[in-house]
Design a protein around this ligand. Structure first.
Ligand code: PLP
Length: 183
């Protein structure tokens, strides 16, 4: 069932009135149609369907083996699995996980991060939603800002991210002698 059909059914049965943001959600989006198609195909097709899309989740045999091992270990540790599936974590994410991730980045890239630099979200899409809408849109002084992307259209999931009108723009980069893009 498409987003539009679901919204219409909700509106009719519950006599709802959508806000502008609600209307925007109800218009649907390229990414929700794509993920709807893919999700249903995978749910129906089981092992006979190969997901060739990008992004995560993905099946990397070594990673799959690691997930399995860790989940099995957690299943044996009293209360561990129950904690993972039944408890809230702080809004920025599990403190031990954030510290471990900061340490990993520091080791790998020679950065100097602390847990305070790490925030866990339910996927990159959610992170970009917060980031884009925090940095662009309408400001308290009445000004507006947009996100400049080098290429538009970009990733299909970005298009509908704005809660407040047009958000992206692109300017064809010109390359000068110093090889820095001038826009
Ligand atoms: C460029 C880009 N941004 C965002 C996403 C969304 O990431 P997530 O599935 O973690 O929300 C993807 C997924 O493929 C992507 O390719």
């Amino acid at each position: 069932m498409s987003v539009q059909t679901q919204c219409l059914a909700l509106k009719n049965t519950m006599n709802l009135h959508w806000s502008e943001f609600g209307e925007q959600l109800c218009r649907g989006s390229g990414i929700s149609e794509l993920m709807d198609d893919l999700g249903h195909a995978i749910a129906k097709g089981g092992d006979s369907i190969c997901m060739l899309g990008g992004g995560q989740p993905a099946h990397i045999p070594e990673m799959d083996a690691l997930w399995r091992k860790r989940f099995e270990e957690m299943g044996r540790e009293p209360g561990k699995l129950e904690h993972a599936v039944g408890n809230y974590e702080p809004p920025s994410g599990n403190p031990a996980f954030r510290k471990a991730l900061a340490d990993l980045f520091n080791r790998q890239f020679g950065w100097n991060l602390g847990s305070e630099n790490i925030g866990v979200t339910a996927g990159g899409q959610t992170a970009f939603f917060m980031l884009f809408n925090s940095l662009a849109g309408k400001f308290r002084d009445g000004s507006r800002k947009k996100i400049l992307l080098p290429l538009v259209p970009e990733y299909i999931g970005y298009a509908n991210q704005s809660v407040d009108g047009e958000m992206f723009r692109a300017v064809k980069p010109r390359f000068g002698n110093d090889r820095r893009a001038r826009v």
